[in-house]
Write a protein that binds this ligand. Structure first.
Ligand code: COS
Length: 382
């Protein structure tokens, strides 16, 4: 069993401790999933997580609107990631995909949340483009007003759940102002005429990922989330919440790497005794344990701050994501090193973690973007 002492930290309430126990039990019984066919595995994971009520924290219940509980999102991501990166992905994307609707959707749009929370519909967040992954204000895809409709034209890429989602939240240029001031967000069902998956993208830790194409795809004006021109702020406010949860997933990977390494160094004999007796190994273990705890403090600080009513957690979330993902990469690298040849053997748990952690330092704002965000917030005294 992984170290659970962090659950006694004052960031949590008893309901969080109970949730952590439920997710732990669920994960031990259900994971890892068979990744043979990642599309099928993701669909199945979403359906099972939904059926067993674990997707409920990904979005507010439309009949009883309440804010998202970021600590619950983080605890679930951390636990799932510790067992199976794909399960964490399936859970996380329901939250991010539906996020703009959860935070800014009207009553009609929020009816989708019933389906994303129950696992009956898979959600996707379609923000990135070829030339605007980090530079969101540079989005080129257009949404042009035509009577009571908007016509969507352009491409999105690196879209998680692309190809298997039932609903996409798509950001496009509506032109109310220059750059960041001229974007809007739309709810787009996957069966929309003029919308197609142009390419499936294979990555080092496979999950559904695609490039999307929109050619004169017509949506009603009522598909717009919030007001015209609010798209950039909607995207950023959504990312402020979900970035801390990326840190939580990284923390789950790091904890698993540490757990595996503790077992390894206690049992592997070298130079006449267990690896754990060697001071150089102890130094690595100490650094790994320190990184895990420090990341946990930043992740749950960000989550607690949001849950306690902060209007924005831009700085806290960026710090949590940057630190937890960067440190997890290092923790996992040490785990691979201490596993020797086994660590690079395809299919070994630490080899899998080594591949799974890498994308987290890129998606939902690369580490460099998080530094820009932290510096701006710090310099402005926010
Ligand atoms: N919440 C609410 N509003 C925000 C905000 C936030 N977190 N961040 C910025 N804004 C507002 C700003 O206050 C500003 O509003 P005003 O013009 O009214 O003052 C406006 O949005 C523009 O902000 P800014 O000038 O900071 O925009 P930039 O173009 O300089 O963008 C970065 C800055 C790089 C931080 C942004 O583009 C970003 O986060 N990029 C990474 C995106 C990402 O995560 N991509 C991955 C895709 S999802 S897998």
């Amino acid at each position: 069993m992984s170290d659970q002492t962090f659950l006694s930290w004052p960031f949590f309430e008893d309901r969080h401790r109970a949730l952590a126990e439920t997710v732990e039990r669920w994960s031990a019984a259900n994971l890892p999933a068979n990744h043979g066919d990642v599309d099928a595995a993701c669909r199945d994971l979403v359906a099972r997580l939904g059926r067993d009520g674990l997707l409920a924290p990904t979005a507010p219940d439309p009949s009883v609107p309440s804010p998202l509980d970021v600590r619950s999102l983080c605890l679930i991501r951390e636990t799932l990631a510790r067992y199976d990166g794909l399960a964490d992905f399936a859970f996380a994307m329901q939250g991010l995909g539906a996020g703009p609707i959860s935070l800014f959707g009207n009553a009609e749009q929020r009816s989708w949340l019933k389906l994303t929370r129950s696992g009956e519909a898979i959600a996707a967040f379609a923000l990135s483009e070829r030339k605007s992954g980090s530079d969101v204000a540079n989005i080129a895809m257009t949404a042009t007003r035509d009577g009571d409709d908007y016509i969507l034209d352009g491409e999105k890429t690196w879209i998680s759940n692309g190809g298997i989602a039932e609903i996409y939240v798509v950001f496009a240029r509506t032109g109310e102002g220059p750059g960041a001031k001229g974007l809007s967000a739309f709810v787009v069902p996957a069966d929309l005429s003029g919308f197609a998956v142009a390419e499936r993208i294979d990555v080092i830790a496979p999950h559904p990922l695609a490039r999307l194409k929109f050619e004169r795809a017509r949506v009603p004006a009522s598909a717009m989330i919030g007001a015209p021109g609010e798209g950039f702020k909607i995207a950023m406010a959504t990312l402020d919440i979900f970035r801390a949860t990326v840190g939580a997933a990284a923390l789950g990977f790091a904890r698993r790497a540490l757990d595996e390494t503790i077992t390894r160094v206690r049992t592997r004999e070298m130079f006449g005794g267990p690896l754990a007796d060697l001071q150089m190994v102890q130094a690595a273990i100490a650094e790994m344990a320190l990184d895990v705890d420090a990341a946990a403090l930043l992740v749950y600080r960000a989550a607690w701050t949001k849950d306690n009513g902060a209007a924005r957690v831009t700085r806290e979330a960026a710090m949590a994501k940057l630190y937890a993902t960067d440190r997890a990469q290092d923790v996992i690298d040490k785990a691979v090193q201490l596993h020797g040849g086994d660590g690079v053997r395809r299919g070994h748990i630490v080899e899998r973690l080594y591949r799974e952690i890498r994308a987290l330092r890129i998606y939902e704002g690369a580490s460099e973007v998080q530094k820009v965000v932290i510096a701006r917030q710090t310099l402005s005294g926010a």
